[in-house]
Design a protein around this ligand. Structure first.
Ligand SMILES: C[S@@+](CC[C@H](N)C(=O)[O-])C[C@H]1O[C@@H](n2cnc3c(N)ncnc32)[C@H](O)[C@@H]1O
Length: 448
């Protein structure tokens, strides 16, 4: 990257500006997506950035869908787009201009078999979008020139950009290096899997249906699907939750196939006391309760996220005790030990980047150590709460050994914990047809 393209993002963006663009135009969606991308570049995660924009504008569901699609595509191709912009723009553009160009370039280089929009439409609508916002209006001619030059010199520009690993893989360099070090054989497949669109996997509620019944229900609804686990069903074409048969009545939930391994591994029996120590939004809490009549305490440090556990329990007609508390502390605990503990600890989320493609651009290299330190404290604190003979399942959605296997090994030594059979590291994608997220599982038992 040229020196003039070193990142200097202005933190103040005029995101509250109400545009006069037509709500159903591509220009409107491009401008919204660009604002979200610019917010990500100042440290906001993408779902929050989009929610922030939608909270103050009357954006139709269709336009929201289009904005979200463009912003997510942009995240998956940001390395390449920024390398192209560095070649094309005479000096580093202002943040919103850079984000708008990155969104346009993501559409113009989309890996889809059929391009999402005609290229000339993307160019025209990007210029229209630039004209419509005070932070980009002055750059209208530059935006036009950059995109038209990209059209003319596409092959050569891409060839040069792709010489840089960040542009080739669309991850920060430190992330590429970390993947290579941790997974010398699989790092390319791992990075590639993180750039794909995630599948839509459902978990059937064993209290309300069987796999056979539910597959039949989908067939009757004309939705192609296949069973990819004892409770896991993958829909061939992802759809919104409101279109999933039985979702509203709690017959199914959305949950990755890998994440569905947690509840069966915990081996919860009726009547057991179970602690789900980092529970929100409650996917695993609910699965535990679908499989056994257990007394579950669902804990989370974030009250807003914990409220989502409540909503999920309600939809599925299940019950648990909800506690907003810090799993590093025992201040909330009544001293009664648990038979089972699930520790689905906070982590870098490097194993679920295909669902959250913004994560790679938000994380910093030092986050891994910081989060591993926090989760070690959580694990150490939870161990005293486990009854003798009880089991603790440690889960992360990370690919970094520091947060996963190294953490598990050190924990076992610190507490003389017996390590039981568990999958260990699941790489994203996984075995053919399964297509799960990159999760880590370690199961411990306390000596009786
Ligand atoms: C990986 S998510 C849990 C996902 C959840 N188990 C599921 O399956 O839906 C980690 C959760 O840990 C929570 N968390 C972070 N730090 C925490 C702490 N110190 N104590 C308790 N919860 C914490 C976060 O708010 C987040 O909801």
């Amino acid at each position: 990257m040229r020196a003039s393209h070193a990142r200097e993002f202005k933190p103040a963006l005029q995101t509250s500006f109400q545009t006069s663009l037509k709500g159903d135009s591509l220009a409107y969606s491009l401008l919204g997506a660009a604002q979200a991308v610019a917010l990500v570049r100042t440290g906001t995660n993408l779902p929050q950035a989009l929610a922030q924009l939608w909270a103050r504008s009357e954006t139709s569901p269709q336009a929201r869908g289009a904005m979200q699609d463009i912003a997510y595509r942009c995240m998956r191709q940001l390395g390449q787009s920024e390398a192209l912009i560095a070649q094309l723009a005479p000096k580093a553009p202002d943040p919103l201009v850079a984000a708008l160009l990155a969104c346009a370039l993501a559409l113009m280089t989309a890996p889809d078999a059929v391009a999402p929009y005609e290229e000339f439409t993307v160019v025209n609508q990007t210029v229209t979008a630039a004209e419509a916002h005070p932070d980009t209006a002055r750059a209208k001619a530059m935006v036009n020139a950059v995109l038209r030059r990209f059209q003319r010199e596409r092959a050569a520009l891409l060839e040069t950009a792709l010489l840089q690993p960040v542009a080739q893989w669309n991850y920060p360099q430190w992330w590429i290096d970390a993947a290579r070090t941790a997974w010398p054989r699989d790092w390319q497949a791992i990075l590639q899997a993180g750039n794909g669109a995630p599948p839509l996997t459902l978990r059937i509620n064993a209290r309300k249906t069987s796999m056979e019944q539910y597959l039949q229900r989908l067939q009757q609804a004309g939705m192609a699907a296949s069973a990819i686990g004892p409770y896991a069903v993958r829909l061939e074409k992802p759809v919104g939750v409101h279109l999933i048969p039985g979702f509203a009545e709690g017959v199914v939930s959305v949950q990755d196939a890998g994440a569905q391994l947690a509840a069966p591994l915990l081996d919860v029996q009726d009547g057991m006391r179970v602690l789900d120590a980092c529970a929100a939004p409650g996917g695993k809490t609910c699965h535990i309760l679908e499989l056994a009549d257990a007394q579950v305490t669902a804990l989370d440090a974030d009250p807003k996220r914990l409220a989502r556990v409540g909503e999920n329990l309600e939809r599925l007609q299940l019950q648990a005790t909800l506690r907003t508390a810090d799993a590093q502390s025992a201040a909330w605990w009544d001293g009664q030990q648990f038979d089972r503990i699930l520790a689905d600890v906070p982590c870098t989320a490097s194993g679920i980047v295909r669902r959250h493609p913004d994560i790679r651009w938000l994380r910093r290299k030092g986050d891994t150590l910081q989060l591993a330190t926090l989760s070690a404290k959580i694990l150490d604190n939870l161990w005293q709460m486990l009854a003798p003979g009880g089991k603790l399942l440690f889960v992360t959605c990370s690919l970094w050994p520091q947060e996963s296997e190294a953490q598990a090994a050190a924990f076992a030594v610190r507490h003389q914990a017996v390590r039981l059979a568990a999958p260990g590291q699941l790489l994203p994608g996984g075995v053919a047809g399964q297509d799960q997220d990159g999760l880590f599982y370690a199961l411990f038992q306390k000596n009786a």
